[in-house]
Design a protein around this ligand. Structure first.
Ligand SMILES: NC(=O)c1ccc[n+]([C@@H]2O[C@H](COP(=O)([O-])OP(=O)(O)OC[C@H]3O[C@@H](n4cnc5c(N)ncnc54)[C@H](O)[C@@H]3O)[C@@H](O)[C@H]2O)c1
Length: 368
């Protein structure tokens, strides 16, 4: 598509993940990165300079970036506990937002983000790039075709054997959650997007920190103050049971398979070995005239896609999805409204594990 005017993008937060956003943005001919901010003095300047963007201004405050630079969209790449304030400020300034995952820390913050987006009539999309993974799309497609009948049980699988990330991920004041907010929210999205995100009703959860707090497994055990493992039973609308589990570290090669059980079929993702325990095999099970059929879902295209266009990887697809939605004034690729239930489960797991009992999940109003 020929564009007279390039899409003007800014950054709020220029730490680790901002680079993964910047690389695709700078590879698109119809996009220009025009400014950035980070609360650490000099960090945004250094970030922009690294990509040759000497003329793009750098700030320490989001307010100054939003006031001084005309923007179409921003990537909010701050740590979890400041996602809400930064996203809301950008939306209120009339700028579309791509916010990194997890959506926020609390469910109230997530609801406030959705309200700000609705009020400003600006897009709020959440950065779950595995949505664009080719095999993930195949699994979603099979489940959404109805081939499994009524899905009544889902469990998340995988988990890391040794994978505590460090940095701001292990600081409760900045990350809020540990493993739950880092990779747990991806598992929730993988399991529930495929079945249309039914409403979560109650949650009973336990979170532990046995590895992060042990000098044998984590050098900064003295300051580690987040979860490194959590497990939960979530009751969902429509008599659906969701068993969630996720780990940054454990003495096993996997927490098991990811599984969707339906009345007419099932899908299982077998997780491989290794530090980060990636999916190794995708299976579909059904019954034809009393014969039990096991099928392997083969990856026929070895790259990620965004729509019909092949792009380099899932991360680039996520960035392209945001840009295309700005250009077409289209819907958010991964709308805040949908991820509200993901955040409600994270918030519920956190609170239930602190309170040591089952709790009801209450979704705050998003009416404006
Ligand atoms: N999608 C992915 O694959 C992926 C991977 C890693 C991290 N993340 C997410 O990205 C986010 C950031 O992670 P990271 O590893 O880049 O963390 P980081 O700590 O390296 O970077 C965060 C940056 O935000 C800045 N910041 C914090 N509050 C700010 C504010 N109010 N205004 C301006 N700047 C502010 C910090 O100074 C820091 O430089 C987290 O939410 C994390 O979950 C996503």
């Amino acid at each position: 598509m020929f564009m007279e005017k390039k899409i003007r993008i800014g950054f709020i937060g220029t730490g680790g993940i901002a680079h993964a956003h910047m690389i695709p943005y700078t590879s698109f001919e119809d996009v220009e990165v025009v400014g950035a901010c980070d609360i650490v003095p000099g960090k945004a300047r250094e970030f922009l300079d690294k990509y040759g963007l000497k003329d793009a201004p750098a700030f320490e405050k989001a307010t100054d970036l939003l006031k001084n630079v005309q923007l179409d969209g921003v990537s909010v790449c701050t740590y979890n506990t400041t996602h809400a304030e930064c996203a809301i400020e950008a939306l209120e300034a009339g700028v579309h937002v791509l916010c990194e995952k997890p959506m926020s820390f609390t469910i109230q913050e997530a609801a406030d983000m959705v309200k700000a987006s609705r009020k400003a009539k600006k897009m709020l999309t959440i950065g779950f790039q595995p949505r664009y993974d080719y095999m993930r799309r195949r699994v979603d497609e099979i489940i959404q075709s109805g081939a499994l009948g009524k899905v009544y049980y889902i469990q998340s699988g995988g988990g890391r054997r040794r994978g505590i990330p460090g940095g701001t991920f292990v600081d409760e004041a900045k990350a809020g959650y540990g493993c739950l907010g880092d990779i747990g929210c991806y598992s929730i999205d993988e399991c529930l997007h495929a079945v249309g995100y039914p409403k979560p009703l109650t949650v009973s959860a336990i979170a532990t920190d046995y590895f992060g707090k042990n000098a044998k497994y984590w050098p900064e055990f003295n300051t580690f103050n987040v979860d490194d493992f959590s497990v939960a039973l979530v009751r969902m609308e429509g008599d659906l049971t969701f068993i969630f589990k996720q780990s940054w570290a454990m003495h096993a090669d996997s927490l098991g398979d990811t599984l969707w059980l339906g009345t007419e079929g099932a899908i299982k993702i077998v997780h491989g070995h290794g530090e980060h325990n990636m999916p190794s095999r995708y299976m579909y099970y059904t019954d034809v005239n009393g014969m039990q059929i096991d099928s392997v879902i083969e990856p026929s295209i070895p790259f990620s896609t965004y729509g019909e266009k092949p792009v380099k990887d899932s991360f680039a697809a996520k960035i392209r999805g945001f840009v295309d939605a700005i250009i077409t004034n289209g819907p958010a690729p991964i709308p805040g409204e949908e991820i509200l239930y993901n955040q409600a489960i994270c918030d519920g797991i956190y609170r239930s594990s602190k309170l040591k009992k089952e709790i009801e999940i209450v979704i705050p109003s998003i009416e404006i």
